[in-house]
Design a protein around this ligand. Structure first.
Ligand SMILES: Nc1nc2c(c(=O)[nH]1)N[C@H]1C(S)=C(S)[C@@H](COP(=O)(O)OP(=O)(O)OC[C@H]3O[C@@H](n4cnc5c(=O)[nH]c(N)nc54)[C@H](O)[C@@H]3O)O[C@H]1N2
Ligand SMILES: Nc1nc2c(c(=O)[nH]1)N[C@H]1C(S)=C(S)[C@@H](COP(=O)(O)OP(=O)(O)OC[C@H]3O[C@@H](n4cnc5c(=O)[nH]c(N)nc54)[C@H](O)[C@@H]3O)O[C@H]1N2
Ligand code: SF4
Ligand SMILES: [Mo]
Length: 723
């Protein structure tokens, strides 16, 4: 199948400015387009934030657009076959399928899983809730609980709002400590910082320092001033030792936070067992180094500790993210130039009350009693909620922008669970490892076919910027954007649900009516209204006239003033953290089993979670789905570089090639996620030819951060043998 536009006669070549939505860097792009075909993709030098930077994935937006495997019409499953159907029929099938399960088994029997692009594609943000909220289900899941959930929980407890996430001011800081983050490969996360390499270079050129703690010699570690190969899963103990040193050596100087911090004495007491000397054997970082780093950090003119996936997705993820904030608070670096600050984006959804402050543990999951967070349940429990009979058992699933079979722990179990559900619908343009379980697939347009304003990541950027871009190419006739799919699902489901809920109050009708008006407005209309109503510093007209983006300046302090105005204080030792600390003590006091290999992840600049592996240019060259192992560990097991090995964990086994390298801590092995495209029934020709194996057939659904329920991907105990 070729793109219908590819045979059109040649026309004028036009230049259009756009953005890349594949990762959080949201780089500005310049496209050359002819006859609705993308000729080239380049970095946009005029973009005030990305300044011309791109990575190899940007060009793959063109591959995605032209991918013959990309679905363009709804599909329904008929036995083992797929049949393309019209939108009208597809919507009816979906609404009827979901309503039927709800009628028979109750609202919580219908589950929702929203994957990562849900926040990268703004139509999902503006319109997704119109449909999902009508399902009224508590079985809500998303990629948040395999990612940044601990950040939200720490922000809720410390600053009173799940989205008050201070962003590292990397353009002005003098001292950055990065744990469990590899921005040179990931291009930054909870830190929209395109061209992070140049920014780190500038940091060092102005006399600043970059310290990296990572079990592996990552691309970021390789350019750092110092790199420490910390034992995976031990970061919470190390961070507590930093807090201990700050308080023990009287290095803390909270500056502007002094009047706001509560519970510092209790904190001093609570961290007493965690001296640098006490944790050294557990973390693999000697006490002198830890104490020196604490002193250097406290004495730097500005500094920021930053921790991402590696410390968020581990057994003590919430402790890690809380401790990072506390270190930044105790050194006065939160809400301070060169430290970590909140953004003030043009369209400030937090200020507008459109991003709720969040809640925690108001209800719990049925089987494991795991706490909800802001209405979501940890995805690690999704399979058990499908497989365990009883009232409230999940019988239907809506997936959108997600591929949980490859991206959530114990994916093989979830794979089995999905195959026995009564009804599955996937809103996705690929027939992949997850959507192959669907009864109906609703494929939206792809990114270059619709407009974009980054509602989410402009809240997480290292500078205040605003940028709106129109579509780069026209979608095919009859194609629907995500927002239109949600809008129509919301409309039809409301009608169907009305029959289910006749007895309920009038208010509900009014609510539905309001929603249906909103549902008809495009994201662009909503943006224009939002900018106007919130008296934003830019107008829609200015955005349209400046597709390269508008710079609104560096981040400015606001949090202290805001909390003071509201007469709020910051409790540095929230009660659940205090309880969790008691749980950690026995863990770090016992020496770890040196024979036991611990598995961690790895991101590669040419890969994007589970779904860009169908771009030939991205998967070409060397196989990236290989297991890294230190020579000492390989020798001990009689294994050599290039050989195929079997990796075994509590939940499963996979077979992958071995790469023996000094660039990893001994006792640790590393494998990327998002691979494993050898499952039957998928339609991804290129990815299938570069299948790899899924690390999440090894990661354990029982291994979670107890506080948040976030998946603990780091430090999975595994055995490795010759295959
Ligand atoms: N072991 C391990 N597992 C991990 C991680 C790890 O580091 N290690 N990382 C975790 C992290 S941080 C994340 S965010 C998750 C990601 O996990 P998921 O969000 O579940 O999966 P993705 O691989 O991002 O899949 C995205 C899906 O969305 C579809 N898609 C892309 N764009 C659009 C769009 O505009 N509209 C719609 N409707 N669909 C679209 C794609 O075709 C694809 O099927 O994986 C997690 N899993
Ligand atoms: N190229 C590319 N870019 C991406 C993505 C992608 O898949 N590919 N995904 C995007 C998404 S969804 C996200 S959330 C971000 C994530 O962005 P990052 O968090 O920067 O991404 P990772 O590369 O997973 O970095 C995690 C690091 O933690 C280390 N690590 C593992 N376990 C531990 C531990 O116990 N302690 C410490 N200290 N370190 C540990 C790993 O070795 C790794 O270097 O990246 C985004 N950008
Ligand atoms: S770093 Fe690469 S994937 Fe991320 S937004 Fe920029 S071009 Fe896209
Ligand atoms: Mo993520």
């Amino acid at each position: 199948m070729t793109s219908p536009t590819s045979t059109a006669p040649s026309g004028p070549i036009e230049t259009r400015q756009g953005a890349c939505n594949l990762c959080e860097a949201i780089c500005g792009l310049t496209f050359q387009v002819q006859n609705n075909r993308i000729l080239s993709v380049k970095g946009n030098d005029a973009d005030p934030l990305s300044r011309g930077h791109i990575c190899p994935k940007a060009v793959a937006l063109k591959d995605l657009h032209e991918d013959p495997n990309r679905l363009k019409q709804p599909m329904r499953r008929v036995g083992d076959r797929w049949e393309t159907i019209g939108w009208d029929q597809a919507f009816d099938l979906v609404v009827e399928g979901l309503a039927k399960v709800r009628e028979q088994h109750g609202t919580n029997a219908v589950a929702v899983y929203q994957g990562n692009p849900s926040i990268h594609n703004w139509g999902n943000v503006t319109h997704g809730h119109l449909f999902f909220s009508q399902l009224k289900t508590r079985s809500r899941f998303s990629a948040t609980s395999v990612d940044q959930l601990p950040h939200h929980l720490a922000a809720l407890w410390l600053y009173g709002h799940q989205f008050k996430l201070p962003i590292p001011d990397i353009d002005r800081t003098q001292y950055m400590v990065a744990l469990g983050a590899n921005p040179l490969a990931s291009n930054g996360s909870l830190m929209t910082a395109p061209d992070v390499r140049a920014r780190f270079k500038a940091l060092r050129e102005r006399g600043g320092k970059l310290v990296v703690l990572d079990p592996r010699v990552t691309e970021t570690a390789a350019i750092a001033d110092e790199h420490h190969r910390i034992v995976p899963g031990s970061d919470a103990a190390w961070l507590l030792s930093i807090i201990h040193t700050l308080l023990d050596e009287k290095l803390a100087q909270p500056r502007q936070w002094e009047p706001l911090l509560q519970g510092v004495d209790a904190l001093r007491e609570a961290v007493r067992p965690y001296s640098a000397e006490a944790t050294a054997a557990f973390t693999g970082i000697d006490a002198a180094t830890t104490r020196r780093l604490a002193r250097e950090f406290a004495q730097a003119s500005s500094g920021v500790v930053y921790g991402r996936m590696g410390v968020s997705t581990q057994e003590h993820g919430t402790l890690c993210q809380w401790a990072i904030q506390v270190i930044n608070l105790l050194t006065g670096n939160v809400d301070r130039e060169g430290g970590a600050l909140l953004t003030t984006p043009a369209l400030n959804l937090i200020q507008m009350g459109l991003m709720g402050k969040g809640h925690y543990d108001v209800w719990r999951t049925r089987v494991r009693q795991a706490p909800e967070f802001s209405g979501e349940l940890p995805v690690s429990v999704m399979a058990e909620e499908m497989l365990t009979p009883g009232k409230g058992q999940i019988r239907a699933l809506v997936t959108s922008c997600g591929n949980p079979v490859l991206s959530t722990p114990n994916g093989a179990q979830l794979d089995r669970a999905l195959s026995q559900l009564d009804f599955v619908v996937s809103i996705d343009f690929y027939l992949n490892e997850t959507s192959r379980h669907a009864d109906v697939i609703l494929p939206p347009t792809c990114f270059v076919e619709h407009d974009h304003y980054d509602l989410v990541f402009l809240h997480l950027a290292i500078r205040n910027v605003a940028r709106y871009n129109g579509p780069i190419v026209e979608p095919e006739a009859g194609a629907l954007h995500d927002w239109q799919i949600y809008s129509e699902l919301a409309r039809r489901y409301a009608r169907r649900a009305w029959a289910l809920e006749k007895s309920r109050a009038w208010a509900r009708v009014k609510g539905l009516a309001g929603r249906s008006i909103m549902a008809r407005l495009s994201p662009q209309r909503l943006l224009a209204i939002g900018l106007k109503r919130s008296k934003a510093p830019v107008t829609m007209g200015q955005l349209l006239a400046n597709p390269q983006g508008i710079d609104l300046g560096p981040l400015k302090p606001s949090l202290v003033a805001d909390l003071s105005r509201k007469k709020k204080t910051v409790q540095v030792l929230p009660a659940p953290i205090q309880r969790e600390l008691h749980r950690l003590v026995p863990t770090f006091s016992t020496t770890t089993d040196a024979e036991q290999l611990k598995l961690i992840g790895r991101r590669d600049v040419r890969s994007n979670n589970s779904w860009m592996h169908n771009s030939a240019r991205l998967v070409s060259g060397k196989n990236r789905c290989v297991l890294w192992m230190h020579p000492q560990d390989a020798n001990q097991r009689g294994l050599r570089d290039g050989q195929t090995v079997a990796v075994q964990s509590r939940v499963g086994q996979i077979v992958v090639p071995l790469h023996v390298t000094e660039h990893i801590r001994s006792g640790v092995v590393s494998l990327p996620h998002g691979w494993g495209h050898d499952r039957p029934g998928i339609q991804l020709d290129v990815a299938q030819a570069h299948a790899g194996a899924s690390i999440n057939d090894l990661t354990d659904d029982r291994a979670i951060d107890a506080l948040s329920g976030n998946a603990a991907f780091s430090a999975v105990p595994v055995e490795v043998k010759a295959a």
